[in-house]
Ligand binder design. Structure first.
Ligand SMILES: [Zn+2]
Ligand SMILES: [Zn+2]
Length: 147
């Protein structure tokens, strides 16, 4: 994946740029991502918060995620595209992979929340599967493996 990489919403009002490669790339099959995307899953990238800058106004709404945690999802108020959810942790922020200028960069490496995956969705049998979200410990292991 090239760095910096960039992306934005469908109408171009919201743009972002990130100077480092994503640390985690996954497909989230939780009910909340299904509702927010209108699809079977959300392809998400997680990058170090400090390496991402965005321009344009994002609107946020609060959701109670399947994990029980409350967080905000950011979307473009002009075109409604989901772009950047509020940070997943103090260090990580999510990007909807389909908002990348070249979405082929967003190669997912795992499936999470497969407990609510839809029967009509095809899950790549070669990717690791997590029934729910990644635990803080699992995230630490993934991040340590990258550095
Ligand atoms: Zn837009
Ligand atoms: Zn989700």
């Amino acid at each position: 994946m090239p760095t910096p990489f960039s992306g934005g919403c469908a109408c171009g009002a919201v743009r972002y740029e990130c100077t480092t490669e994503p640390l985690i790339s996954l497909k989230c099959h939780c009910r909340d991502c299904q509702r927010a995307s209108g699809s079977a899953f959300a392809p998400m990238l997680y990058v170090a918060t400090a390496t991402l800058t965005s321009t344009g106004e994002l609107k946020y709404y609060e959701v109670k995620a399947a994990s029980g945690r409350t967080f905000s999802r950011g979307f473009c108020p002009q075109c409604g595209s989901p772009v950047l959810p509020e940070r997943a942790s103090p260090e990580l922020i999510g990007i909807w992979a389909a908002s990348l200028d070249d979405p082929s960069w967003g190669q997912p490496t795992m499936d999470v929340w497969t407990g609510s995956a839809q029967p009509w969705d095809y899950l790549n049998p070669h990717l690791p599967k997590y029934k729910q979200q990644l635990t803080a410990e699992e995230i630490e292991v993934l991040l340590a493996a990258r550095s």
